[in-house]
Design a protein around this ligand. Structure first.
Ligand SMILES: Cc1ncc(COP(=O)(O)O)c(C=O)c1O
Length: 408
């Protein structure tokens, strides 16, 4: 229901009407019960291909029981920010575990990965004067981002003058990064990129990018939100690339993806991470991750370490799914990661496809302009570890039909 209000001058009503008409804005699904491979919306069951917590451990009965116990052990919340109220033992244990996993000296957790990214840029570029003996000024920091970095990273750097303190290299193109870094040699440069890009599933040439950073004296920040606990071990795809990850100065991860919960973290050099407690803002002025979530994240990470087959099997299924998509003629983005992006092209067609899936009781995520360039729309699928063969077969059948109908 739209209503005129004191915010008329902001033109929200006109914007919302247009966004609804153009199918940019639709009714947000209100899910009854947990979101899993199926979800119930208005008493109707939908097969869910829109989830990002794809390993499904958040629904494991053992994990649910553990979470409940952790809620009693640590309470639901810390009740204040990290610096004022402190953190729980659960946060500290999680942070120590991430240090061991990444080989970094210290880790700081945040309530989300997005807050970690915003906090990182803020901390790395801030000026803070406490008294004549305690101050810092990094306003001369220069940020160089891969063009396809996550919204949170672009949001964080938006105040910097482009071409002076902010540069962007073509997606996954080390040669362009090198061109940008040559004239910046000797300055305080931070190169920011992702290990696995969430819209198209592409994998960064991690080793090559880090080589260039090292050659030109730039420090590096890798957003590993999508690669965390998935890629790295040598039996997994892209092991060669991910073997370079520990060379990054900072590694960021999200607990909303493979871990299946919420929260984020940055691991890096001891004093920098300690300084972030004060300088990031997104840990000083807001609540920490909820303690039972921190404790359960720790438990799930441990489980994934001791049961690597959980991810190995998942990746095999994801690869097979990808192969079946190519067999029905889909155009996929080239990196064979577990994030599968099906190229549709037309913005209007992709909206029809989403609607057609919805009418057949499927929820699928589609990315169209402005999330991607105009008429470069995609269907972005992250297979869930527990999607059944029947669910996958029916999905592929419907997709094949729609492919013929809409000629994509
Ligand atoms: C690359 C990347 N970075 C950061 C985030 C934000 O993480 P979170 O959902 O934990 O806030 C996402 C989430 O989609 C992501 O894909």
């Amino acid at each position: 229901m739209l209503s005129s209000s004191v915010t008329d001058e902001w033109k929200f009503t006109e914007f919302v009407l247009a966004a609804q008409q153009e199918s940019f804005l639709y009714d947000i699904p209100v899910v009854q019960g947990p979101a899993y491979t199926t979800v119930s919306i208005e008493q109707k069951a939908y097969v869910n291909f829109a989830g990002i917590n794809f390993l499904g451990l958040q629904q494991d009965p053992q994990v649910l029981e553990y979470f409940t116990r952790a809620a009693y052990t640590y309470g639901l919340v810390t009740g204040g920010s990290r610096m004022t109220q402190g953190v729980s033992q659960a946060h500290r244990e999680l942070e120590e575990m991430i240090c061991r996993l990444t080989g970094k000296e210290r880790t700081i957790t945040f309530a989300s990965g997005l807050l970690a990214n915003l906090g990182f840029v803020h901390a790395m570029s801030s000026q803070c004067y406490m008294n004549p003996h305690c101050s810092i000024d990094n306003r001369d920091a220069i940020f160089v981002l891969d063009h396809d970095c996550h919204w949170s990273l672009w949001k964080a750097v938006e105040r910097f003058p482009f071409g002076k303190q902010l540069f962007s290299f073509r997606h996954n193109t080390p040669a362009h990064l090198r061109e940008l870094l040559i004239p910046l040699a000797g300055k305080k440069v931070i190169v920011i990129f992702e290990s696995v890009y969430s819209s198209d599933g592409s994998i960064a040439p991690i080793g090559e990018i880090l080589d260039i950073c090292e050659e030109y004296g730039a420090i590096s920040y890798v957003d590993d939100a999508n690669g965390f606990l998935i890629y790295g071990p040598e039996q997994r795809p892209f092991a060669h690339e991910f073997a370079h990850l520990p060379r990054a100065t900072f590694i960021m991860m999200s607990f909303a993806k493979s871990v299946g919960l919420e929260g984020g973290a940055i691991a890096g050099p001891h004093d920098a991470i300690l300084a972030f407690e004060l300088l990031s803002g997104t840990s000083l002025f807001t609540a920490a991750m909820q303690p039972p979530t921190a404790s359960t994240a720790h438990m799930i990470i441990q489980k994934l370490q001791t049961h690597p087959h959980l991810v190995d099997t998942y990746l095999e299924r994801a690869a097979l799914f990808r192969q079946r998509l190519t067999e029905i003629g889909c155009t996929l983005y080239s990196s064979p990661s577990y994030i599968t992006s099906i190229f549709v092209g037309s913005d209007s067609k992709v909206k029809c496809i989403r609607r057609a899936f919805h009418e057949q009781n499927y929820i699928i995520p589609v990315f169209h302009y402005p999330a991607v360039k105009q008429n470069q729309a995609i269907v972005r699928i992250i297979l869930h570890a527990h999607h059944t063969e029947e669910q996958i077969n029916a999905f592929l059948e419907l997709l094949a039909e729609l492919k013929k109908l809409y000629a994509f």
